[in-house]
Design a protein around this ligand. Structure first.
Ligand code: FE2
Ligand code: FE2
Length: 260
């Protein structure tokens, strides 16, 4: 089976890219499941119920997030009611929402999806993501051996160490958060598909999605700037993992970079 994982969707341009390109990719690659990171989908920061619904209707099955999950307060109740919209599993247990979910696809395949947040250069003091994945897997294994992890983290070293830690325990790991796609797609020794960062879905003529002039000005002056999503050179970044249904092992990793 083929599973598409979409890198951080940024604002309206990112949503436009999803609407135009995800249905095409579903058809071209006969996708079993689409997972998309939506932490920047609402105006570049956070996610709201209306936009989550819009992305589900474009073909996204499970939405993951990261450090921007709390930016829009409208999402708090919706998170509890929507197990296919995840927040990192290593937040405290009193946080709203769910950190992992087992979804059953249209063809009846069960796939576990786990969302985790790194701890290196990340503003939240979360629980250990390595411990959290072990805990989540104990529950998920009761239903399936096919498991995908979105590890939302800044440091490449933390993501690579995590990939090796879960090698052979999950089907695939894709990184998110940096908005820059890495070219290190691989299958780890025990069969886990891996990509350090899936990249960004949004305006590429920008500084990680925001208007470049504003960000340059901030570096020159240190003055916090207005948050403005850029508009030009829009596209989708992601990765498709081909997974053996029976064993849960990844047999192929294909990076995706499409322009509108
Ligand atoms: Fe992030
Ligand atoms: Fe992001």
């Amino acid at each position: 089976m083929n599973i598409l994982c979409v890198g951080d969707i940024v604002g309206k341009p990112g949503r436009d890219a999803v609407a135009a390109l995800v249905p095409k990719l579903i058809e071209e690659h006969d996708l079993e499941l689409v997972i998309a990171n939506v932490e920047n989908a609402a105006g570049g920061a956070g996610i709201i119920p209306k936009i989550a619904e819009e992305l589900f209707s474009c073909g996204c099955d499970v939405l993951t997030t990261g450090d921007h999950i709390w930016d829009k307060k409208e999402v708090l109740d919706f998170l509890d009611q929507t197990p296919t919209l995840l927040r990192p599993a290593n937040f405290p247990s009193d946080a709203p929402g769910h950190g992992f979910f087992v979804i059953e696809t249209k063809r009846g395949k069960k796939i576990g999806v786990i969302n985790l947040l790194g701890r290196v250069f990340i503003r939240y003091n979360t629980n250990c993501p390595f411990e959290a994945v072990t805990k989540a897997l104990k529950e998920i294994y009761r239903q399936t051996r096919i498991v995908i992890v979105d590890f939302h983290a800044e440091a490449t070293s933390e993501k690579i160490a995590f990939g090796h830690f879960v090698d052979g325990k999950v089907s695939a790991v894709f990184g998110t958060h940096t908005h820059v796609q890495t070219a290190d797609e691989k299958i780890l020794p025990l069969g886990t598909g891996y990509l350090t960062d899936a990249g960004m879905t949004g305006p590429f003529d920008s500084v990680i999605g925001q208007k470049k002039e504003n960000i340059i000005e901030r570096f020159l002056t240190t003055i916090p700037h207005k948050f403005e999503v850029a508009t030009e050179d829009v596209g989708l970044n992601g990765v498709i993992f081909t997974i053996d249904d029976k064993t849960g092992v990844t047999t192929k990793v294909l990076r995706i970079q499409r322009r509108l």
